[in-house]
Write a new protein. Sequence first.
Length: 291
Amino acid sequence: MSRFTTVRTGGPAEHFARTGQEQRLAELMRWATGEGLAVNVVGSGSNLLVADRGVPGLVVKLDGELAAIEAHGQTLQCGGGARLPAVSARAAQLGLTGIEFGVNIPGTVGGAVRMNANAYGGELARVLDWVEVAGADGLQRLGPDELGFDYRSSSLRPGQIVVRACFRLEACTPQEVKQTLATMRAQRRAAQPSGIKTFGSTFKNPRDERARGLTAGQLLARAGCGGLARGGARLSPKHANFVENDGTASTADVVAVMSEGRQRVLEQCEVALEPEVQVLGELIWPWAGKG
């Protein structure tokens, strides 16, 4: 599974399948249910950490029709496997505004819905019209108010796969939207590491009043964690809330450097950071149950 994550760590899946057809996905999920297997989905792997021992059950990746982007007036209907930056770029071509922030979220539509993705003032829940979710009981269409959206989270459960999503946008000039995308790309390049093996933000920005409005990255930097390394993994000197893999890291290395960074922030700032990265496989955070 390491090649399906941007940080490039993790062991194998017990069963793995690609599908671009809704009917085939339904067949796979019925088979997995009959075999008593857990079902997980992998998108761009940009916010994903896979256990070194691998992933039990079935892992599914959506492509083909289930990664397509279709325009219908001022809405875009997107497969769950569509990449969010491609959705933003397509919207810009059509002169549609509202999802520009997606250009800086290197994940899929399905992952963005599950995590209520947001960046640079934009938030997916604001432009989402509906989603179609596949589960063991079949396909259902849900509105934003049925997804339990919160900061970087939703009520979608393991085994539920976002098959499609519809975004309702507003008309704008293509030139204006494209300029916004260019500005956002430049801001990302200036602030975050690129061209290396990494995933998105490691820890959620805390809501704890003791953080005094500081982001997770600022707290980690204040605690001296920029450049902190364990094995082949380190917290980026450029942005301490990003983990980098020098090419030799294991998931255990990533967990170790996250644990040390979290402990330093807890000791120096009295704030307990919580992981934003999602996990596949059996992985227990070292601080679980310790505060």
